[in-house]
Design a protein around this ligand. Structure first.
Ligand code: ADP
Length: 321
């Protein structure tokens, strides 16, 4: 029997950049809901679906973890389209949550959501999978409050099909400095930076590092963390788009000298909901030199998670809708 016949497609839930999402259910059990993501056919796919996209899907299918969206099946349709059958996650996403002014939440809630995200990324990296597009609206929420990482590597496979290790991955606000400087050999540390940005925005309820262009994004990063130099980040000056501190005046404007970064007092004032240990973790995740940035394992070993307050149990987390 054909895979697609195992599922019944229902209402259209929404549309993203590379896919249209429908609700659906198992034909054998109408109570078992799914989301069916139908990938839009792209012009440049003359010979059908790119091979690396298929490999990426296979990979996802093998990643099983409570904080990672489950991919039940993949099938193609007569019109050359492919559909992904995914776990149904009806309670929106983390970005929707911090944007929703009717929901108030606490330090313990932030710790709970952040920990689920940290577990997900640790699992990916343990299995040599880079996500490369972590952001609030790729963190979906299950009916029981569990946060699940979605939209895996698919962003690259489908949106930039066929292009190799490009540095133009990751939505700008979540992009680490090594990618902005044009690094082509990068690691799981790119995801750690993005996770730090998501934790920061949960805490302040707005986007954190918001550049209006790639150079603007680097300027914002330098403003917060200091302008990287060979002393603070060995090797940085070899990156393709590195700008020497002496040449930065022109792009940072106003004759500003190279940045020193904000002092501890600024971080304390900006992130009252994270506490000293949370700020220490955040700054260790948002370290410009990827070699000094924490790994996913080191993130999970940080005392923030076990210090007071204890993370909220998922059944007690505030929910939308
Ligand atoms: P975007 O994230 O750009 O909105 P997506 O293609 O990821 O695009 O999703 C489009 C919409 O479909 C989302 O806004 C969401 O409402 C819905 N959706 C996506 N995935 C799921 C899912 N697993 N379960 C339930 N609804 C989903």
């Amino acid at each position: 029997k054909e895979t697609r016949e195992k599922y019944v497609t229902g209402d259209r839930l929404g549309e993203g950049t590379y896919a249209v999402v429908y609700s659906g259910h198992f034909r054998s059990d109408p109570a078992r809901l799914v989301a069916i993501k139908k990938i839009k056919v792209q012009q440049e796919w003359k010979d059908g679906i790119p091979m690396d996209a298929i490999r990426e899907i296979k990979f996802l299918q093998e990643l099983e973890h409570p904080n990672i969206i489950k991919l039940y099946d993949v099938y193609s349709t007569k019109d050359q389209n492919i559909s992904l059958v995914l776990e149904h996650l009806p309670l929106g996403d983390l970005e929707g949550l911090w944007k929703n002014k009717e929901i108030s939440y606490t330090s313990a809630d932030i710790k709970s959501w952040s920990n689920m995200l940290a577990q997900a990324i640790w699992w990916c990296h343990e299995h040599f999978v880079l996500h490369r597009d972590i952001k609030g609206n790729n963190l979906l929420i299950a009916a029981d409050g569990t946060v699940k990482l979605a939209d895996f590597g698919l962003a690259r496979s489908f949106a930039d099909a066929g292009r190799p290790m490009t540095h133009v991955v990751i939505t700008r606000f979540y992009r680490p400095p090594e990618l902005l400087y044009g690094a082509r050999h990068y690691s799981g540390k790119v995801d750690i930076w993005s996770v730090g940005c998501v934790i920061a925005e949960l805490a302040i309820r707005r986007f954190f590092l918001t550049g209006d262009s790639d150079l603007g994004q680097l300027a914002v990063i330098c403003e917060h963390f200091g302008t990287p130099t060979e002393e603070t980040w060995p090797g940085v000056s070899k990156l393709e788009y590195y700008i020497k501190p002496s040449e930065q005046q022109s792009w940072q404007g106003n004759g500003t000298a190279p940045r020193k970064g904000y002092p501890s007092s600024w971080w304390k004032a900006a992130f009252p909901l994270l506490g000293d240990d949370g700020i220490d973790l955040l700054r260790a995740m948002l370290t410009p030199d990827p070699n000094k940035r924490l790994s996913a394992k080191q993130v999970l070993d940080h005392p923030y998670w076990t210090n007071a307050p204890r993370p909220t149990k998922k059944e007690n987390l505030p929910k939308q809708g």
